[in-house]
Write a protein that binds this ligand. Structure first.
Ligand code: NAD
Length: 318
């Protein structure tokens, strides 16, 4: 059993904690609380051991792997402590890429398996990597242009916006393209980004130049067979991020989560060697199975397909 501790029990941390509890090769030793709030109250109700942040050492003493889910930048200062105590750590996408090897299970599990520190890349980068890796493996990508239409804030968050504007990111490329290259280094990718007033999901509009031109049916079939990618259809009444979230609830998903990247079959178009498609990313949950696989990769357990299979079965992921 891999003994796991979670530092930072917010949007990502509480989901990773629940996912660890589902694994038969992991034990959740505890989580940290830096303030008392409803999330900690709920964790206690689930009998999850809670360590006040002042007692972080006591948690670290008892574990093999720490999953650091603190807000952006705090992981970097915590890393010094983890290093001192000889504990392997998984960090999140808000940290800078040099904190550890960037990780997306279906792209580079084997290459980074011996690392001491992994960084599960951001929700957007994870979503881009999943579909682009599959396309590159099968049709050889020449180059990619993707526009990220980003949710303003998470649903619980009363502080961030915009609430009444579309806000372009005024630097190109946006950080997403370079971040994808920390996972798939050879990929030629240029990204732009716009923040919009919604909390449900991000959406990506993607144009890919390929060496081999597939048919629309071939791309649909490829994505249906790509793990952690779900093909959704207008015919099923799924025309928006709102309906995807409702579908996740109807499927009985924990917290109404949709960890799979959802690609609309109706948006897949081929024009010469150019492929276009639109995908939606549930920012609160797509990185959660990646964190579970990252814990196994750090612990030298594998191979990738076996970890992905175990994680998917436990979390009921396609
Ligand atoms: P969050 O604000 O929801 O949760 C962070 C938690 O850490 C909070 O509960 C907070 O109380 C706690 N915390 C704050 N300072 C701490 C400290 N010094 N020590 C221990 N705990 C502390 O943040 P989040 O959205 O879960 O983001 C965490 C990381 O995951 C970030 O790197 C973020 O970029 C990344 N991420 C977020 C999303 C998303 O959409 N929310 C998606 C993918 C990746």
């Amino acid at each position: 059993m891999i003994k796991v501790g979670i530092v930072g029990y917010g949007t990502i941390g509480k989901r990773v904690a629940d996912a660890v509890l589902l694994q038969d090769d992991m034990e959740l030793v505890g989580i940290t609380a830096n303030t008392h709030n409803y999330k900690i109250k709920a964790a206690k109700k689930k009998n999850i051991p809670v360590f006040p942040i002042e007692e972080l050492h006591h948690l670290l003493d008892k574990i093999d792997v720490v999953v650091d889910c603190t807000p952006k930048g705090i992981g970097a200062s915590n890393k010094i402590l983890y290093e001192d105590m000889g504990i392997k750590a998984v960090f999140q996408g808000g940290e800078k890429p040099d904190i550890g090897a960037s990780f997306v299970a279906q792209c580079n599990y084997a290459e980074v398996a011996c690392s001491k520190f992994l960084r599960v890349v951001s929700c957007n980068t994870t979503g881009l990597c999943r579909t682009l890796k599959s396309l590159d493996d099968n049709y050889y990508i020449d180059k990619v242009h993707a526009t990220m239409i980003r949710r303003a804030a998470d649903p619980w968050d009363i502080y961030h916006g915009p609430i009444n504007a579309l806000v372009p990111h005024l630097v190109v490329p946006s950080h997403h393209g370079p971040d994808v290259r920390t996972v798939i280094p050879h990929l030629e990718i240029f990204t732009t980004s716009i923040s919009v007033p919604t909390t449900l999901m991000h959406m990506h509009s993607i144009a890919v130049d390929l060496h081999i031109a597939p048919t629309v049916e071939e791309v649909i079939s490829l994505f249906k067979n790509t793990t952690r990618v779900r093909v959704v259809h207008n015919d099923d009444g799924i025309r928006s991020t709102a309906e995807i979230m409702e579908y996740a609830k109807d499927l009985g998903r924990e917290r109404g989560d949709m960890p799979e990247v959802c690609v609309w079959s109706d948006t897949i178009g081929v024009w010469g060697n150019k492929l276009m498609y639109i995908q939606a990313i549930h920012q609160e949950s797509d990185v959660v199975p990646e964190n579970i696989d990252a814990i196994r990769a750090l612990s030298n357990l594998g191979p990738a397909h076996e970890s992905i299979r175990k994680t998917n079965i436990s979390m009921n992921i396609d």
